[in-house]
Design a protein around this ligand. Structure first.
Ligand code: Q46
Ligand code: ZN
Length: 315
């Protein structure tokens, strides 16, 4: 197979575009897709400071690299989740990328900064591990972005992720989640803007991008993900995509272009009645926010107000 652009030997075929690419043209393709997502959805304005949520996996490291390549001012944020055998190597991939590129990585560690890990937090709050994890990550993303003076937080959700989430939301007809499923969530009082610049790239592309760019990443899936519904939806979509390349993109992009507006009103009032949480200042409608309640059950409340990016000393 030849590169569609320059006719050199191709190293990857992107079936939904019916095209093969050589390494350089593939990098151009990835940069173009990210540039287009950013422009189409007004994700990041020129000169804005971006905090990239970095897990050490292929998507978030590819995103960080692509944003830097496109000239954005992008730092990384790594959250240590305390997942045995998984979190430590993941952190190392994030650190070595930052060191190699000479860029700044903000680090927050759930066990040492808040006194619990995903497993103990889930058990103490009687949540599923991914629910306790997601709640903690969202809280820390918001806080690190606002405290660090960043304009926007970027996550590495790719086309496969978004199509799988969309399928789950449609199967349950969860209109509130559908209303929120956009590549940009605007900021507000206590909320930073959140963007997903990889929505036009599939995970095969982000993996190939890292391999071809020489970016080492955590290849293992999080052990907590095994058997979860999200992976099942991905498998189902992959089976359809195999038979009909392009279906995933049509499904997701079609939703954004034709259905997203129809459900947007469902989420219109969700930020009403918010007040700052007395424990951490995050917006909440409850007496204290869900993260503070999680810390109260599972963690060490004395660590709650420790400034981000500073070492925690045991007292
Ligand atoms: S890291 Fe956390 Fe994921 Fe692991 S525990 Fe679940 S939510 S699967 S993106
Ligand atoms: Zn709180």
């Amino acid at each position: 197979m030849r590169c569609r652009v320059c006719r050199k030997p191709a190293v990857i075929d992107v079936r939904r575009h019916n095209a093969g690419f050589c390494p350089d043209c593939f990098f151009d393709h990835c940069r173009h897709q990210v540039e287009r997502a950013i422009a189409d959805h007004a994700m990041i304005a020129t000169g804005e400071r971006v905090l990239v949520a970095v897990s050490g996996g292929k998507d978030s490291l590819a995103l960080w690299d692509l944003l830097l390549e496109l000239g954005h001012r992008a730092d990384g944020l790594y959250i240590g989740l305390g997942i045995e055998g998984y979190s430590e190597p993941s952190g190392e991939y994030a650190r070595s990328f930052a060191a190699r590129r000479g860029v700044h990585l903000v680090e927050v560690d759930l066990p040492s900064d808040y006194g619990f890990d995903v497993r103990s937090g889930a058990a103490a709050s009687r949540r599923a591990p991914c629910s306790a994890c997601g709640l903690s990550k969202r809280h820390i993303f918001d806080r690190a972005t606002l405290e660090g003076g960043y304009d926007v937080v970027a996550t590495g959700h790719n086309l496969d992720d978004e199509a799988a989430v969309l399928l789950g939301n449609v199967l349950r007809w969860d209109l509130a989640y559908l209303a929120r499923q956009r590549p940009v969530l605007p900021g507000g009082e206590g909320f930073p803007r959140k963007v997903k610049p990889l929505v036009r790239l599939g995970e095969r592309e982000t993996a190939a991008y890292c391999v071809l760019r020489g970016i080492d990443y955590q290849v293992e899936e999080c052990p907590m993900a095994v058997g979860n519904k999200h992976l099942g939806y991905k498998d189902a979509l992959n089976a359809i995509e195999e038979r009909s390349p392009g279906t995933k993109a049509t499904f997701y992009v079609g939703f954004l272009e034709r259905a997203s507006e129809l459900v947007a009103h469902v989420g219109e009032h969700e930020r009403e009645g918010l007040h700052p949480c007395p424990g951490c200042g995050a917006p909440t409608t409850a007496p204290s926010c869900a993260f503070c309640r999680l810390v109260a059950r599972a963690g060490d409340q004395r660590r709650q107000r420790i400034p981000l990016d500073q070492p925690v000393s045991a007292s």
